[in-house]
Design a protein around this ligand. Structure first.
Ligand SMILES: [Cu+2]
Length: 115
């Protein structure tokens, strides 16, 4: 009986430790930034983004848009009113195009992960 109750305390501690490890290592640890697509253009880009950050693309136009990285690192296609997200995985200047509108162009400057 005693041994059994010690075991269940041990298991509970292990489960708690695992839960902590999972939340600390998740890609959700970065910051989130929203980029609006409106009036056939990308809105203002965030000044500083880092690997691990999330960009939420928000299509507020009445036509379809995409946020397509020219280096192939992401390709988000959005119907009017839709949102989609990208977790940044690569540092550098990434040219971003809309596949449907050749004049829709922007650049993301992704810095290495902080610390
Ligand atoms: Cu477009």
């Amino acid at each position: 009986m005693r041994i059994f109750s010690l075991n269940s305390v041990g298991t509970a501690a292990m489960v708690a430790a695992l839960a902590l490890a999972t939340s600390a290592s998740g890609a959700e640890s970065g910051q989130q930034f929203t980029v609006v697509m409106n009036n056939m253009n990308f809105g203002q880009m965030p000044g500083q983004v880092h690997i691990g950050d999330t960009i939420i693309w928000s299509n507020q136009d009445t036509v379809q848009h995409s946020a397509t990285a020219r280096d192939g690192s992401f390709d988000i296609r959005l119907q009017p009113g839709q949102k989609g997200r990208t977790v940044l995985k690569k540092a550098g200047k990434i040219a971003v195009d809309c596949l449907y509108h050749p004049t829709m162009r922007t650049t993301l400057n992704v810095l290495p992960a902080p610390k």
